[in-house]
Ligand binder design. Structure first.
Ligand code: FDA
Length: 393
């Protein structure tokens, strides 16, 4: 005999737990199952262990999707203020780091504990280390065959996340279920991920590994101003992770280091003030020393500043602020924070996340083709999509 529930949620991550809380509060009998040994594993490792749980500026413009309007409804119904209120109700101290990004003062585990406590209070049951063997539609709902026997529910919520960090149990399960029910998918790819460089460029930039600098990274009309980090594999840091969601194989990106400084004006002033210094020394006043050395050498800036023409200084300034780089690839799902693409939003009702074709079947969180920028936006999407599904499932 199958155990019966009103709602089964597969995936005890950010979206699944939020959905279970909301459905439970409505008096629905809710079971959350997960193949992992603990709930919210990605929350635990997020934000360097402090969980960047939302962004106070979160709005539809901060998300990528084939339908940029899709996220509006859920984001309007469950806002960053709503999540902050929940966090404060549980006495969790938080702070704004930068750019509206909110982090726990203490630990990401506080957020997991809060969600688990809320689930318990709402009467939602959590069962871990359960493998799902198959899902079938039955009269009045769904039958889920698991390693612990059969389960049945009238609503089924798929909240199993994306493909990023497979060693933490990411499976692409949601996409398989979507395919089973004939739902369209938007091609998936790693996003918020470091970019790699071809071996020749990597060798040239190897001495810069470990250096970070403020930068503006541009790709077409999209630009992000945050830190850039040179690594032994290529380029990383928040600015690169952000642009990686827009970058495609074969594309060029433009790197502008120290975007708030007028580098040409600085170089001209340096030539005026001390014509006997080298270009490298003049650059090192505004850039990390090794980076200044690399750029001066790459631009073959020999002689002292007094020897440099205006055109040469402009060339040097362009090398700092208009540096064209063609990444060779990305580090892939191994290190990507999220998965771009996923369940095509055309198949979902934006107010409830229920599939239009299969009554009672919902997809929420990262598996849906809604991908946030870096900075707490992806959790806000998980909370918001989980909340609206929990109101309807
Ligand atoms: P999530 O991945 O959280 O949960 C899915 C759940 O489903 C997991 O518990 C998994 O075990 C389970 N599952 C998967 N397959 C299953 C199967 N076949 N059967 C049963 N269960 C299955 N975002 C942000 O806003 N701020 C931040 O600070 C960070 N930091 C961050 C750091 C790192 C290192 C990563 C990798 C990612 C982030 N993110 C982030 C992104 C954020 O973690 C992500 O967007 C959300 O966790 C997505 O929530 P979901 O609930 O959709 O999936």
């Amino acid at each position: 005999m199958a155990r019966k529930y009103d709602v089964i949620v597969i995936g005890a991550g950010a979206a699944g737990m939020m959905c279970a809380i909301q459905a439970g509060k409505r008096g629905r009998s809710v079971l959350v199952i997960d193949h992992a040994a603990a709930p919210g594993e990605k929350i635990r490792i997020s934000g360097g262990g402090r969980c960047n749980f939302t962004n106070i500026h979160a709005g539809p413009k901060n998300f990528l999707s084939a339908n940029p309007h899709f996220a509006k409804s859920a984001l309007a119904r469950y806002t960053p203020r709503d999540f902050i209120a929940l966090v404060e109700q549980h006495g969790i101290a938080w702070h704004e780091k930068t750019l509206g990004q909110l982090f726990c003062d203490n630990s990401a585990k506080d957020i997991i504990r809060m969600l688990a406590d809320e689930m318990r209070a709402a009467g939602a049951e959590l069962r871990l280390k359960i493998e799902v063997a198959s899902i079938e539609q039955i009269d009045g709902g769904f039958r889920v065959a698991t390693s612990e026997g059969a389960l049945e529910s009238s609503s089924l919520v798929i909240a199993t996340g994306g493909k990023s960090i497979p060693k933490m149990g990411a499976t692409g399960f949601a996409y398989k279920i979507a395919e089973q029910f004939g739902l369209p998918l938007i091609e998936t790819r790693p996003a918020l991920v470091p970019l790699t460089l071809d071996p020749a460029l990597l060798e040239l930039l190897a001495p810069l590994s470990g250096i970070a600098a403020p930068a503006e990274i541009r790709h077409g009309k999209t630009a992000f101003r945050e830190a850039l980090l040179f690594t032994h594999r290529g380029l990383s840091g928040p600015a690169i992770l952000q642009i990686s969601s827009y970058w495609r194989e074969g594309d060029e990106i433009t790197v502008g280091i120290e975007p708030d400084i007028d580098v040409l004006a600085h170089l001209k002033a340096a030539r005026q003030a001390n014509g006997r210094q080298s270009a490298q020394t003049a650059l090192a006043e505004i850039l990390p020393k090794r980076l200044a050395q690399h750029i001066a050498e790459a631009e073959k800036m020999t002689g002292n500043m007094a020897d440099q023409s205006g055109a040469r200084l402009a060339q040097l300034a362009a090398a700092v602020q208009d540096w064209k780089i063609k990444p060779s690839g990305s580090e892939g799902y191994r290190t990507a924070e999220v998965t771009l693409g996923g369940i095509d939003t055309a198949s979902l009702d934006s107010r409830t996340m229920e599939t239009k074709a299969v009554a009672g079947l919902f997809f929420i969180g990262e598996c849906v083709d809604v991908t946030g920028w870096l900075g707490g936006y992806n959790f806000q999407w998980a909370w918001a999509s989980g909340y609206v599904a929990g109101e309807a499932a």
